[in-house]
Design a protein around this ligand. Structure first.
Ligand code: HEM
Length: 386
């Protein structure tokens, strides 16, 4: 029996076939009595965010919050730290990007300190990223129900509108639907290591089916998320933070700049690209993706790296029989389809809705996204993928 491939050790990376990159236990909805009173006041401000933005009251409210002492974070569980991260991250972005504040050069200590302390303990960048806005920020209305919208909804959000709820819910549902594909990466690589064609073929079938589900969910984005409401309302709040001090945080000296939250920080496609050997070559825009990768949870980043190091599924399929070559090409075909539908979504939601041609992650997305489709198609073995 050959050695186990790294990507089968799901626990080590915090991934699972049931939930993919979502946490095993549903995220914490409230700190309740846990935590320092100043953290609970932060949470109250977070719960009231939409109202504060609407009444132009966010500025004074955030400036009045007092920074909790560093010891206030020592006894918090990881779920509690994630809750603090999400709430402080949303408040920080809202404070910086709000309409009634043309120039903001500092995030007040009442938000900057909890944002820094929570992210430092979680090994994250001190800014709202996909991880805080999507992966650890959802609840299920019926706890016996699944993770499809409308049963799934975000816990914290900028606005109390269905468009933003739907936007986050669709992302959460996609992460959940990708679970079987994430789980099958290890099976495919183990099959290659053991020279077990049947195991590789089955794993590729699982990946293809999951990708079909993922694309079907992506297609539901317009059902309840109006492009104008997203483009003019939610999107500006997800933008990068640039040239801003973190008051009260000695470890962050001077002005800081961080990228905004983006679906490009989801680990699903980087992991599948790595496992299936989709090569984005020396395309200069790949650097941007690697930069965004720094804002992924460390365990998920490690999973992508392990998939990259693991046995080469593409090479194995290329020299195998027709069945396996077709199963591999089916996966590539589904990846191309997702990326094509995603470009359509970007056209609908950004082009014509917003002026600048940059994603919230701060990349020139047009060239970036279409070249990624071409790279994916080129991985196909039989020249019929896509
Ligand atoms: C309204 C919905 C969406 C918009 C407007 C949008 C926009 C964008 C933009 C502008 C980029 C370029 C990178 C950046 O600078 O951020 C991007 C990349 C990306 N997005 Fe989205 N996106 C949306 C939904 C989604 C969803 C639901 C997913 C699923 C996880 C997703 C996954 C990705 C991935 C994986 C990339 C990296 C490029 C690739 O691997 O093909 N996006 N998106």
């Amino acid at each position: 029996m050959s050695e186990q491939v790294e990507t089968l050790d799901h626990e080590q990376f915090g991934v699972s076939p049931e939930r993919g990159f979502l946490p095993d236990i549903d995220p914490l909805a409230s700190l309740e009595t846990a935590g320092h009173p100043r953290l609970r006041r932060l949470e109250t401000a977070g719960d009231d965010l939409s109202n504060l933005l609407e009444r132009d009251r966010l500025g004074p409210t955030v400036r009045n919050l007092e920074a909790p002492p560093p010891g206030a974070f020592d006894d918090l569980s990881r779920r509690e730290l994630h809750r603090v991260y999400t709430v402080a991250g949303l408040l920080a972005n809202a404070y910086v990007h709000r309409n009634d504040a043309p120039t903001v050069d500092a995030i007040p200590a009442g938000v900057a300190v909890p944002l820094y302390e929570a992210t430092d303990r979680l090994g994250r960048t001190p800014v709202l990223s996909y991880d805080a806005y999507v992966l650890h920020n959802w609840t299920r209305e019926d706890t016996n129900g699944g993770t499809s919208p409308p049963n799934v909804a975000p816990l914290a959000r900028f606005f109390d509108v269905q468009d933003e709820r739907w936007f986050v819910a669709v992302h959460v549902a996609i992460e959940s639907a990708a679970g079987p594909a994430v789980g099958a990466i290890g099976d495919a690589q183990q099959g290659v290591r053991d020279d077990d064609e049947e195991r590789v073929r089955e794993a590729l079938g699982t990946i293809a089916d999951a990708l079909d589900d993922v694309t079907r969910i992506l297609d539901r984005m317009p059902e309840r998320n109006d492009p104008e409401a997203y483009g003019q309302g939610v999107r500006p709040y997800l933008g990068s933070i640039s040239g801003v001090r973190y008051d009260g945080v000695d470890a962050l000296d001077g002005s800081q700049s961080f990228r905004g939250a983006s679906g490009a920080q989801s680990s699903i496609f980087p992991a599948l690209d790595a496992a299936l050997g989709v090569d984005h070559g020396d395309n200069p825009l790949v650097d941007h993706l690697l930069e965004l990768r720094r804002d992924m949870p460390p365990g998920h980043r490690a999973f992508v790296e392990a998939a990259d190091r693991g046995p080469d599924v593409r090479d194995f399929a290329a020299t195998a029989g027709d069945d396996l070559r077709e199963a591999y090409d089916d996966c590539i075909d589904r990846m191309v389809t997702f990326r094509e539908h995603h470009v359509d979504v970007v056209e609908t939601y950004l082009v014509g809705q917003v002026d600048e041609q940059e994603g919230t992650g701060g990349t020139p997305f047009g060239r970036y996204l279409t070249s990624f489709i071409d790279d994916t198609r080129e991985a196909g073995l039989s020249g019929f993928a896509g």
